[in-house]
Design a protein around this ligand. Structure first.
Ligand SMILES: Cc1ncc(CNC=O)c(N)n1
Length: 229
């Protein structure tokens, strides 16, 4: 766990909703990557599903960028979001290479229920009625979950298999950590000035993201093509 002398709203919510936060960032799937016991068929399921998710996430990121442009009047916020979008561009190319490496055919993958639900949730956040503060809180939470999860697989004491280290580096590296930190500062800055109504909405969305992330990890242990409720 990081120790920073910060008391933003995001940190408050992470503490307040600690159990679900741990559920999302220390999921059994992540712990199995960290200790090398991961079932590679689960990893491949995750890879294919995450590729589909990331395509929806790019659209969401673009929407957050537009909201930043229209509402915040702060070009440095836009720069941070644009950095994230540039990383997503690399990421899509990486998914394609990684899929070939693992023999996963991306064109044959159908989104599983949890993935569809998560993507639909992102779409709902793209509505013009959703305030920028709410959207940037969601964006920050989505990125933070991957950053914290995969950074855990690179920490001292982890025994992540070499063939999975590149995946962990992708989201667990220092630079991605810095980017997540910047996103959190943007979110905290806006939340500090937000009305009670927007604060409440942002907290609900923050929790919903964590729930979707847990469901997304859970999906990795489901057999592709199996019916799920
Ligand atoms: C389900 C999920 N959540 C967060 C991320 C990380 N953001 C972009 O890559 C991701 N790839 N997938």
């Amino acid at each position: 766990m990081e120790e920073e002398a910060e008391n933003g709203m995001i940190e408050t919510w992470v503490k307040k909703h600690r159990l679900i936060y741990i559920g999302a960032t220390r999921h059994p799937f992540i712990l199995s990557i960290r200790d090398g016991t991961v079932d590679l068929s689960h990893f491949k399921t995750w890879l294919g599903q995450d590729y589909l998710f990331v395509r929806a996430f790019v659209a969401f990121a673009a929407n957050v960028l537009i909201k930043a442009y229209k509402e915040s009047g702060n070009s440095s916020d836009m720069d941070v979001i644009l950095t994230g979008m540039a990383a997503l561009n690399d990421e899509i190319a990486w998914f394609k290479r990684e899929a070939i490496k693992w023999g996963v055919s991306l064109s044959d993958i159908h989104p599983q229920k949890a993935n569809l639900k998560y993507c639909r949730f992102l779409e709902s956040l793209m509505s013009p009625e959703v305030e920028h503060t709410v959207a940037i809180t969601a964006f920050c939470a989505i990125e933070a979950v991957y950053q914290e999860s995969f950074a855990h697989c690179l920490e001292e004491g982890s025994t992540t298999p070499p063939e999975l280290q590149e995946t962990c580096q992708r989201w667990g590296n220092e630079q991605f950590g810095q980017y997540c930190h910047s996103l959190r500062e943007i979110a905290n800055g806006r939340l500090k000035k937000a009305s009670d109504d927007i604060l409440k909405k942002s907290e609900v969305v923050f929790l919903e993201i964590l729930e979707h992330e847990v469901e997304f990890w859970n999906m990795s242990s489901r057999v592709a093509g199996a019916k799920d409720q």
